[in-house]
Design a protein around this ligand. Structure first.
Ligand SMILES: [Zn+2]
Length: 185
C-alpha cells in the first residue's frame, strides 16, 4: 500500500468516526442520516454493478439493497405524509358561540388567542366581569360589550370571570370538534 492511499484511508476513517459521534449526539439527525446513507449505498452498489457489467451479486446483497431501498422509501413517505396531514379541525378558527362571534388560533393542538367580536359590526368586544368581585351580586357572570353598538351587551357567560368565560368557550370549541358539530357551520 502506498503512503498516499494509506493517508486517504486514514482520513476517511477519522471523518467517519467524527460523523458517527455527531449522529449519536443528535438523535433527530439519525433517522434522516440513515435514509440518506441508505440511498447513497444503493447508488454506490448500482454504480459498481454498471462498472463491472455483471449481474452476479449474491442473494444477501440483493436482500440488503431491497431493505435499504424500502427504508428510504418509507422515510420519504412518512416525511411527505407528515407535511400533508394537517387535521381538518385546524381550519376551524371561528364560530358563533353564546351570541358572539369567537375567533382563535391553533398552536399544535391547543386553542390560543380566543376572543370574541360583535356579530353586527365585527368590533372587538370588551369584557365586564365586575359582578365576580362584587359583594352585592349573587350571580357570577362576564358580559361582553360592543362599544361600537352603543355599549350594548352582546353576550353574557355566567359562572365566572373573564378567564372562566374564555375557558368555557375553549371547552365548547373542543366539544363541537369532538361531536363533529363544527362542520355544520
Ligand atoms: Zn357592534
Amino acid at each position: 500500500m502506498s503512503e498516499k492511499s494509506y493517508i486517504s484511508i486514514r482520513n476517511g476513517t477519522i471523518a467517519s468516526v467524527i460523523a458517527g459521534v455527531i449522529l449519536l449526539a443528535v438523535p433527530a439527525l439519525r433517522g434522516y442520516a440513515a435514509s440518506f446513507l441508505g440511498w447513497i449505498w444503493v447508488g454506490v452498489v448500482w454504480f459498481w454493478e454498471a462498472l463491472i457489467a455483471s449481474y452476479s451479486l449474491p442473494g444477501w446483497a440483493w436482500l440488503g439493497i431491497f431493505v435499504l431501498a424500502l427504508v428510504g422509501l418509507i422515510n420519504i413517505y412518512l416525511a411527505v405524509r407528515g407535511e400533508a396531514e394537517k387535521p381538518e379541525y385546524k381550519s376551524y378558527i371561528e364560530d358563533f358561540i353564546h351570541g358572539a362571534k369567537w375567533r382563535w388560533s391553533w398552536v399544535g393542538n391547543t386553542i390560543t388567542n380566543v376572543w370574541c367580536y360583535c356579530p353586527r359590526c365585527d368590533a372587538t368586544l370588551v369584557y365586564d366581569d365586575s359582578s365576580c368581585r362584587s359583594l352585592y351580586s349573587d350571580v357570577n357572570k362576564t358580559d361582553f360589550i360592543c362599544e361600537n353598538c352603543g355599549h350594548s351587551v352582546v353576550a353574557t357567560i355566567t359562572g365566572g370571570n373573564k378567564n372562566y368565560a374564555t375557558g368555557a368557550i375553549k371547552r365548547e370549541i373542543d366539544r363541537r370538534i369532538r361531536t363533529g358539530g363544527y362542520r355544520k357551520h
